[in-house]
Design a protein around this ligand. Structure first.
Ligand SMILES: [Zn+2]
Length: 399
């Protein structure tokens, strides 16, 4: 991505299309559930970690290595998360360096929706990172940009999968019981006990979206950057659900677009970029604080001002227009999608240099992001009560 200004048209578009702040249901996890979240460390070993190591290679769009990394995602989901639906969004484009030749861009999507749900009814938490790497300098790895964020999202998907299965099974049983008790044959309606059920919660899904072609080949321009994201946002905008659906297009199936980028260096500072998603930022900051207080974060207890997400007290008047960072959210933001952008400001020191490799990652920070992403997704999907808390980790609650 690049620091820059949004075009004035983008500002107008985003202003027109922003809905009033969406404040959907969100349920915090108990201490016991937070302590039961899986430990990422072994899978993030930069040499042989199952999730991260295979991504730590140059992976320029259209190359063999790019296909290898895509295959890594496909294999992971088919072996470990078979209940998710895997899809690809393929497009081609000429780049400033391709001499008119079309280069392929392949986005990866893994989705898990409630059983028997209709596509036009489900609203999704969409967890996003880009998997391509920059073509120069030659041999550039892009560990924070964005190999590590991809692995964090793989970890988060696996970390919530069993609890999601349990939750939906429980809700189906309740639905059956309600139907059996209903004499008049009316449509069932789940009662809203414990604040976690009801139609809205039932129609909540999750997607991991790993985008290709984020990086510019030559100099960043509107045409030379965000290849995968631009194609997907435009495709989804024109993909209509059946008439009468609550959500008109695939684009409107996104409840929140959470974009992770440049994560894995020590002491990141993530501003809250958007007023309309500040409520979601605060939820993530809150669970970060709780994970720290419980001794789960390897980077330790910290005052709020030193957290990864320190801007919980930002007021409406303090928001600008999203900080002007060009990244994969832009084609979606322009179309009115709600975005939570998890990118540090300033960018890590290793940004776009040969030092952005596995050796320069701060593994405690990587570990903590993986846990935080899992916890946020679990709270969003209201999975409290569905984690196996018996084998929970023994963590120190003292400093
Ligand atoms: Zn980059």
């Amino acid at each position: 991505m690049r620091l820059g200004q949004l075009s004035s048209q983008a500002l107008v578009n985003s202003f027109i299309t922003f809905l009033p702040a969406l404040t959907g249901a969100y349920t915090t996890l108990s201490d016991a559930s937070l302590k039961s979240l899986p430990d990422p460390s072994a899978d993030f070993d930069i040499r042989n970690g199952k999730l991260l190591a295979p991504i730590l290679i140059p992976r320029v769009p259209g190359t063999e290595n790019s296909l290898k990394v895509l295959q890594h995602f496909t294999d992971f989901w088919s072996n470990e998360l078979p209940d998710w639906k895997v899809e690809y969004d393929n497009s081609t484009a000429a780049t400033p360096l391709s001499n008119g030749k079309e280069i392929p861009f392949r986005n990866f999507m893994a989705t898990r929706d409630p059983p028997e749900s209709r596509p036009g009814e489900v609203g999704r938490l969409v967890l996003v990172a880009h998997y391509d790497s920059k073509i120069s300098p030659e041999g550039f790895i892009g560990a924070t940009d964005s190999a590590a964020p991809c692995a964090m999202l793989m970890h988060a998907a696996r970390g919530i999968d069993k609890a999601l299965t349990k939750k939906w099974k429980h809700m189906e049983e309740k639905k059956k019981n309600t139907e059996a008790n209903s004499k008049d044959g009316k449509d069932y309606e789940l009662e809203d006990d414990e604040g976690v059920d009801g139609d809205e919660a039932w129609n909540r899904g999750v997607m991991v979206l790993l985008l290709d072609g984020e990086e510019a080949f030559d100099n960043w321009t509107d045409d030379d950057s965000l290849y995968g994201a631009r194609n997907l946002a435009s495709t989804w905008e024109q993909t209509y659900h059946i008439a009468g659906s609550h959500r008109r297009t695939s684009l409107s199936s996104i409840d929140l677009f959470v974009l992770l980028d440049l994560l894995g260096s020590k002491d990141p500072m993530i501003p809250s970029y958007f007023k309309t998603t500040h409520w979601a930022y605060k939820h993530m900051a809150n669970v970060e604080r709780r994970l720290r207080d419980l001794g789960i974060m390897k980077t330790g207890k910290r005052p709020t001002s030193k957290q990864f997400l320190p801007e919980t007290d930002k007021t409406s008047a303090q928001f600008g227009w999203g900080g002007g960072i060009q990244d994969d959210h832009i084609p979606f933001l322009k179309r009115g999608v709600e975005v939570l952008h998890i990118i540090p400001a300033p960018f890590p020191k290793v940004w776009h240099t040969m030092d952005d490799d596995g050796e320069h990652l701060d593994m405690d920070t990587v570990n903590d992001w993986a846990i935080l992403a899992t916890a946020f997704a679990a709270e969003w999907l209201e999975l409290e009560g569905y984690f196996d808390t018996k084998g929970k980790r023994d963590v120190k609650t003292e400093l």
